[in-house]
Design a protein around this ligand. Structure first.
Ligand SMILES: Cc1cc2nc3c(=O)[nH]c(=O)nc-3n(C[C@H](O)[C@H](O)[C@H](O)COP(=O)(O)OP(=O)(O)OC[C@H]3O[C@@H](n4cnc5c(N)ncnc54)[C@H](O)[C@@H]3O)c2cc1C
Length: 317
């Protein structure tokens, strides 16, 4: 594919900008599913300034833009993705600034930085707060956008403020009080999480290490972590009778759907809410299977499941 696949006027989209551009870039290697098509343009901005300018130009030319994190909650269309896909892997989006010893316990971290690496580095610096997220594959930006978490806590618990670049290319800072974090959701406006400040707490690194081990062991005992997936396919629905969340995995299990297969995609035997794939699977297999699981769970339990995994489809916003 060439620039002809990009919208009109896009030849000037990247001119004189501090960005690296890969045209017709395969995205499979950037997602945990490891399947799906190519991005018309995978763009790596090398500065926040370049990101802002690029977003302004995209807005002006109506070029679709999406941002890719670690690809751990994402399914990419077999036909690939139109417009620009951003990847925040330049050093400026991957820095971690830790407080000097004895100072406040806030850390500034780039939106593209790997969450696991950040947990490792903050733990070693005797800072607690991120350890409940051990084993959740993510970048900081993706984790904030999805309010990643689980049984032991979520990232919203430690967010102090977020630096966001809007799709129109404007820089905004949101303080914690202005952001609502709820179950796997934040009401942050659309745009790119460029950086965040995390409010951590002083903690004993040995105790943190022990806690990480316990949480990792729990996660490994309930989730098929070695398989190719995007984590839980559906959100845990609210039980109207109690107002509590029910396990989507348990409902899928009760509906007798574990092991159901379409093409190379199947409902995990370990965890009903994981749709896993094997080599040769198509994104269409996963999409079809997710629709089938939702329909049959509704037919058999009366509960409608809502998707958590983000599907990127060519031609759709
Ligand atoms: C094996 C496995 C286990 C998992 N376990 C858990 C779990 O226990 N708890 C949990 O919550 N999740 C879990 N997940 C899902 C996933 O880890 C989280 O949803 C995570 O937050 C995804 O982050 P990411 O960087 O990979 O985002 P991506 O998957 O790349 O993107 C997800 C969404 O976030 C957006 N996004 C990404 N980066 C940015 C950014 N910088 N700014 C704005 N938007 C952005 C994307 O555009 C997309 O809409 C699991 C996934 C896998 C594969």
């Amino acid at each position: 594919m060439t620039m002809a696949a990009m919208p009109e006027g896009s030849s000037t989209l990247f001119a004189d900008l501090d960005v690296e551009v890969e045209l017709d870039a395969p995205l499979a290697k950037h997602t945990w599913y490891g399947i799906g098509g190519h991005a018309d343009a995978l763009v790596h901005p090398r500065s926040e300034e370049a990101l802002c300018t690029l977003l302004r130009r995209c807005a002006r030319t109506s070029t679709p833009v999406r941002v890719l994190g670690a690809g751990a909650n994402l399914l990419v269309d077999d036909r690939g993705i139109d417009g620009v896909v951003l990847k925040l892997d330049a050093p400026c989006f991957n820095a971690l600034e830790l407080p000097a010893e004895g100072e406040a316990t806030v850390a500034r971290v780039g939106g593209g930085r790997d969450l696991a690496k950040t947990i490792h580095d903050t733990t070693r610096a005797s800072l607690g707060g991120l350890e409940p997220l051990i084993g959740v594959p993510a970048t900081i930006g993706g984790a904030i956008r999805m309010n990643a978490g689980g049984k032991y806590g979520e990232i919203g618990d430690v967010v102090h403020s977020v630096g966001l670049v809007t799709w129109e290319g404007e820089r905004r800072t949101y303080l914690r009080d202005a952001i609502r974090f709820s179950y796997r959701h934040t009401d942050l406006p659309p745009g790119v999480v460029s950086w965040a400040i995390l409010a951590l707490r002083p903690a004993d690194p040995v105790a943190l290490q022990q806690r990480k081990k316990e949480i990792s062991a729990y996660k490994a005992s309930v989730q098929p972590l070695a398989a190719h997936s995007a984590g839980c396919m559906f959100r845990n629905p609210v039980d109207p009778a109690t107002g509590e969340r029910m396990s989507a995995g348990l409902l899928i299990d009760r509906a007798g759907l574990k092991g159901t297969r379409i093409g190379g995609a199947s409902v995990s035997d370990r965890h009903g809410n994981f749709i896993v794939v094997e080599p040769g699977a198509r994104a269409a297999d996963v999409m079809e299977l997710a629709a089938k699981v939702a329909d049959e769970t509704f037919a058999r339990t009366g509960v409608r499941l809502e998707r958590e995994v983000v599907f990127w489809r060519r031609g759709e916003p």
